[in-house]
Design a protein. Structure first.
Length: 159
């Protein structure tokens, strides 16, 4: 039932992802909050076109897939920034394990992907959920413990 084939819905989703990318890229906290507020309003307006079960579908997919992407990218960033990080010797057998050394360029690629007109499928939830988690790191530092409660979704944790 999800309106994957609706061009207007797709366009609205793209605008929403662009707002998330702009907020992530904003250094000034007050300006970031303003952009995040615009994102929330835009999201509310977009969701007027879909049913409550589809809204819950979005929220659950963003929580599940977005938090997985967040964990992946944050682990990569942390490994790259750490002077003391030493991979386990067995990781030498994994051909692409050292990708964490390129965390900065990978991060920029992911932000670019977030704001692109990517294939409109379930991958959008990886990106929108990840972006929300990144914003929550700055806007609600205690969000992680709250996000693990039953039926709590990322967008509900914005101040």
């Amino acid at each position: 039932e999800y309106p994957w084939d609706d061009p207007e819905f797709r366009s609205s989703w793209l605008e929403e992802r662009k707002l998330l990318a702009a907020a992530i890229g904003e250094e000034d906290l007050d300006e970031m909050k303003k952009i995040a507020e615009r994102w929330i309003v835009h999201r509310y307006e977009r969701r007027k076109e879909i049913s409550e079960p589809l809204i819950q579908y979005e929220q659950r997919r963003e929580w599940l897939e977005g938090l997985a992407k967040y964990a992946e990218l944050m682990a990569m960033k942390m490994a790259n920034k750490s002077d003391s990080y030493e991979p386990l010797p067995a990781t030498g057998e994994i051909s692409d394990f050292n990708g964490y050394k390129k965390a900065g360029s990978h991060w920029r690629k992911e932000i670019s992907q977030l704001q692109s007109d990517m294939q409109f499928d379930g991958t959008i939830f990886y990106y929108s959920g990840w972006a929300q988690a990144v914003l929550l790191d700055r806007l609600n530092p205690d969000w992680k413990s709250e996000a693990m409660q039953p039926e709590v979704y990322l967008e509900e944790l914005f101040p």
